[in-house]
Design a protein around this ligand. Structure first.
Ligand SMILES: [Zn+2]
Length: 138
C-alpha cells in the first residue's frame, strides 16, 4: 500500500493540498461517497450552570484520498486544510484502526432493520392468506 503511486491531487500526503492547523481523530460514519468521508468524534462541552461536561458530537466531511480509502467504521486521523470543496476542509492523513464499538452498534441496527422488514413481510403474507381464505369461504 505504501509503495502505490497516488495520483490524487487532493491527497494530503502526495497531492498539492497543504495541511495545516488542527488534527483530529474520528470515526468514519459514511464512506460511500467518492473520495469523501464523513468523520465524527465526540468532545466534551463544559456546562457552567451544572458544573458538568456533556458529550457533543462533531461531524465534518473529509477528503478520502485514493491511497487511504477509509471505510465506514474505521478510525482515521484528519487534518485541517485549505477548502477542498464547498463543505470539505479536512483531509484524511492516516488510518488509525477500527472502531469495533461503532461497527457492532451498526450491525445491531441493521439486524433490527432486517427483523422489522421480515416481520412486515410475514404480516403481509398472513393478510393475503386471510383474504384468500375469506374469498374461498364465500
Ligand atoms: Zn496519497
Amino acid at each position: 500500500m505504501e509503495t502505490m503511486t497516488c495520483t490524487d491531487k487532493k491527497c494530503g500526503i502526495h497531492g498539492r493540498v497543504r495541511t495545516h492547523g488542527r488534527t483530529f481523530v474520528g470515526t468514519v460514519t459514511q464512506g460511500k461517497a467518492q473520495r469523501t468521508a464523513t468523520v465524527s468524534w465526540e468532545r466534551l462541552h463544559f456546562v457552567p450552570k451544572y458544573e458538568r461536561y456533556e458529550k457533543r458530537r462533531t461531524v465534518v466531511k473529509a477528503h478520502n484520498p485514493a491511497c487511504i480509502e477509509a471505510r465506514k467504521g474505521e478510525i482515521v486521523r484528519i487534518m485541517e486544510s485549505k477548502p477542498i470543496s464547498k463543505t470539505k476542509h479536512f483531509v484524511i492523513i492516516e488510518r488509525v484502526g477500527k472502531n469495533w464499538q461503532y461497527m457492532a452498534k451498526e450491525e445491531l441496527l441493521q439486524e433490527d432493520a432486517k427483523l422489522v422488514t421480515a416481520a412486515a413481510i410475514e404480516s403481509k403474507n398472513k393478510e393475503k392468506d386471510t383474504n384468500s381464505n375469506s374469498k374461498e369461504n364465500k
